[in-house]
Design a binder for this molecule. Sequence first.
Ligand SMILES: NC(=O)c1ccc[n+]([C@@H]2O[C@H](COP(=O)([O-])OP(=O)(O)OC[C@H]3O[C@@H](n4cnc5c(N)ncnc54)[C@H](OP(=O)(O)O)[C@@H]3O)[C@@H](O)[C@H]2O)c1
Length: 297
Amino acid sequence: MKVLVAGGTGFIGSTLCAELAERDHEVTALSRNPDDDRVPDGVETAMGDVSAFDSIAETVAAHDAVVNLVALSPLYQPPDDLDHETVHLRGTENLVRAAEDGGVDRFLQMSALGADPDGPTAYIRAKGRAERVVRDSSLDWTIVRPSVVFGDGGEFVGFTKTLTTPYLTGLPGGGTTRFQPIWVGDLAPMLADAAVDDAHVGEIYELGGPEVYTLADVTELVYESEGRSVTVLPIPMVLAKVGLTAIDPIPFVPFGTDQARSLEFDNTVADNDVAAFGVDVDELLTLRSYLETESGQ
Ligand SMILES: NC(=O)c1ccc[n+]([C@@H]2O[C@H](COP(=O)([O-])OP(=O)(O)OC[C@H]3O[C@@H](n4cnc5c(N)ncnc54)[C@H](OP(=O)(O)O)[C@@H]3O)[C@@H](O)[C@H]2O)c1
């Protein structure tokens, strides 16, 4: 199958492209600044901006399946010239329209847990509205909502370190927000199945890893893996929100109100749908094991 991975040069995209290429699909990674060094051998690259329909239409039409992995990170405040509506909603509208016009068979939409048109953050609202565009399309679609994804090149571990300091750190609400991290190496084969296997058409899957951690747990794991301890001091959520609201307009401070709001909601699955891919959740890599291996312990 000819598979176009929009956002295929990114963290999850490059692992997915490798998985699809290993399965002998003809894979193209599309992004604004594609760099051949960031995609695996055998994967083609194409330049396009999903927010500009004309820049992607022809490339999309040349494929049998499209995977939408284009991202604007929810962990940091977007730069002034970008927003979640443009990247996630308009980008999805353009990809869907190009796929419908071009007679593409399959469409896999990467969404996020909690995606909701009326949700609490711009990211979650744009993801929810983008899901609606996909569901209302004439395409054979599948939607995947993972919890946070970890692995080499991912930003979750680095983000935790940016938010905290070793030895003694304050965390909004004491870091009680819960996450269910899934390893990119476990997720990519499920995405590859979801992109090409007709058994997944019309399905919305919530995917999480084998263990649930609070943000405080993750902070401790990250510093422990570096041989450093950390004690978490709770910052009342109200104060954290006031602090983050105050820094909202400062461009070089990457956190804002949406980042504080996102810490008020757990990022865990209601039912883990990994079984839909024949996967036993207990066989998946835990964040704890990944961090121990990374640090050579
Ligand atoms: N990572 C996670 O923990 C996580 C969790 C849940 C859901 N997700 C979702 O999974 C998807 C992939 O995330 P990721 O972590 O792999 O993101 P990433 O590493 O930031 O990769 C983003 C990709 O999108 C491309 N891109 C950005 N803007 C674009 C545009 N306007 N037009 C075309 N390409 C564009 C980037 O390349 P250029 O910069 O060259 O354009 C890059 O290839 C996203 O939809 C994200 O919301 C991620």
